[in-house]
Structures are given as C-alpha cells and as structure tokens.
Design a protein around this ligand. Sequence first.
Ligand code: PEP
Length: 254
Amino acid sequence: MTERTPLIAGNWKMNLGGAKGCELAEAVARAAQAHPNVDVVVAPPSTVIAAIAQISEENGKKLEVAGQNLYPKSDGAFTGEISAPMLLEAGAKWVILGHSERRQYFAESDDFVREKVAASLAAGLRPIACVGETLEEREAGKTLEVVNRQVDAFASLLSEQPGFGVIAYEPVWAIGTGKVATPEQAQEVHAAIRARLRETLGADVAEKTRILYGGSVKASNAAELLACPDIDGALVGGASLDAEGFAKIIQAAG
Ligand code: PEP
C-alpha cells in the first residue's frame, strides 16, 4: 500500500487578510517545521498570499500557501477574479476548489468545478477539490450518489499526475456547525471515494490521491479522525484561525 503523507490544510475563508494573518502564518510555519512528516498548507485571503509565501521562505519553506478559489482563464476582462498563473506567481502552490460555500453562495456547478480543476492543473497549481453532501441529501440516503457525482466531475483530470491533486470530503452539515462526522461516518465515505477512484481510474490513482476530511475538525477530535485508514489529513476552517489549536491538529497528524 502506498504511504500517503498526511496533509493538514487551513481554510481561513474571508478572515485575517492583513497583519494578523501574517502573525498567524509565522506561528503555523514554526509548527510545520516542528512536524516535518506532515504537509501543512494555509489558504489565506488573496491579499496576503504573497506575504505569507515570503514568511514560508524565511521559515524553512515547510508551510505552503493555497488560494481559496480561481477563475479558469489565465487573464482577461474578468473583473474581480484571479487566475491560476496569478496565484502561482504570488507564491501559492495549492488552491481550494469547489468548496461548499462556493457551490452554495456562488452557484458553482460540478462542470464549473471541473473547469477550475483543469485550469489549476494546467498551470501546475495543486487542487484541493471539495465534495460533500447536505444534511437533506444524507437523510435521503443519497450521500454516496452525490459525492460520487461530484468526484466523477473532475477525477479523470487527477489521473494525469496521480497524487498531485487532493480531494477533500466535507459534509456540508458539518462545516462551521460544530457537528463533526463520526470517524465511522467519515471513513465510510472516504473508503467509498477511494473505491470509486480505483474502479474508474485504477489502483495507482486511488492509492496516491490523498483524501482529506473537513467539517468542524479541532484539536480535540483530530486524532480519532486521522487514525482512520482512508483519512489522509484534514481541511480545517474555524480551528485553523487559532495558532495553538491548529498546531495541535498538525501534531495529531504526525
Ligand atoms: C471548511 O470550511 O472547509 C471547514 C471545514 O470549516 P470548519 O472546520 O469551520 O467546519
């Protein structure tokens, strides 16, 4: 079985886009250096990507930076948007795509997420592509149907460079709600996603693709989630805004 390096990614959302973000990044960079066997990424607002990439440079480069979104054209008349080459030039190595907040508030479809994953890969930016069911879909017994549909939309793109892209399973009902999926619930879906990758794209892609869990991960529940065989890391929202708590999650992955 392929060893997958654990990955802990912090999604800061629309928070800490200035000096406070840089302070937090300094602390996270130190925590990342202390745990060299864990890959650590933060996704700050675009306004501080370049500054945080610089902080990473000055602190051993163990911390990597992600964008939270991109527009799937490289440049042009798309007011307010940011492209994959621009994120790369600012110092990002990753980008979060298809987050449920983007799907919900900005009506991003599976097809659009696929376009974005394609644009990130074409530029050499590593996608963290998010999938997950709503509470209504879970209660209707549609979790795997929804998650498979979302994964199928972009998965074939990941097969060109197995392991370069990452999938994040984030049940919508667990995001920012304090309601975390049980390790059993999360492992069941992670195993199903890996099985789907194996079935559609082969064992190499399935074994090399890291699948992160996201949804109310915090220092107190990280270890039991990360102990599950198909959970390769975490995408952390609220708890990534606190240096000490996020460092504990990194430690739990190590
Ligand atoms: C997220 O938004 O990606 C997330 C997982 O948020 P939280 O950890 O706050 O639930």
